[in-house]
Design a protein around this ligand. Structure first.
Ligand code: GLN
Length: 197
């Protein structure tokens, strides 16, 4: 089977996400047909979506301008999987507490942008994640803090007593960057268990 994987490509670490979903699919003996999304009309053809890290204010502005935002909302309303990382989590949240971000409300969490510090404070840490047997090598880069979690949101991982990975229905969102490692277990949690469910 070929997985049609849309990578939101208006800004951010797009090629890393494209490579990671191809490798994650290959580890399940599948091909991923990666569709880079910079305009409206492509999201409806996708089985799964990836929302990269980058600069959430820029990503949000371009998603609204290009008419992609409502298509992502419809994808989630149809219960199709999404993996949102870092800036992707900020855009997917219900409130980013920043007027320059129009949150899509895909995940019922509020976030604090850059709460884990500036670029210089970026770090990697082994993270216990629900559903994974061994710690995940989590890379945090100017990571957002999830500061409140709605009912029905499952916290998959915490760092320093703060949620850093959550699942809300078909959406898995992380403060860190699984696409920057060669460990695909977060992709597995987000996609391969659900796609075959
Ligand atoms: N803090 C950044 C933002 O607000 C996100 C950083 C990242 O995606 N690595 O957009």
């Amino acid at each position: 089977m070929t997985l049609r994987a849309g990578v939101i490509a208006v800004q951010g670490d797009v090629s890393e996400h494209a490579d990671a979903i191809r490798r994650a699919a290959a580890s399940h003996g599948e091909d991923a047909d990666v569709i880079e999304i910079r305009e409206s009309g492509l999201v409806p053809d996708c089985d799964v979506l990836l929302m990269p890290g980058g600069e959430s204010t820029t990503i949000s502005r371009l998603l609204e301008r290009e008419g992609i935002a409502p298509e992502i909302e419809a994808h989630v309303a149809a219960n199709k999987p999404v993996l949102a990382t870092c800036a992707g989590l900020i855009v997917a949240s219900t409130d980013a507490k920043d007027d320059r971000v129009s949150p899509l409300g895909l995940v019922d969490v509020t976030v604090d942008r850059n709460a884990f510090g500036r670029q210089v404070d970026s770090f990697e840490a082994p993270l216990e994640v629900t559903g994974l047997d061994d710690p995940f090598p989590a890379v945090f880069i100017r990571a957002p803090l999830i500061d409140s979690v709605g009912e029905g949101v499952e916290v998959l991982a915490e760092w320093d007593d703060r949620p850093v990975a959550v699942r809300d229905g078909p959406v898995v969102a992380t403060s860190f960057h699984p696409e920057l490692t060669d460990d695909y277990r977060i992709h597995d949690l987000a996609f391969f268990e659900q796609v075959h469910a």
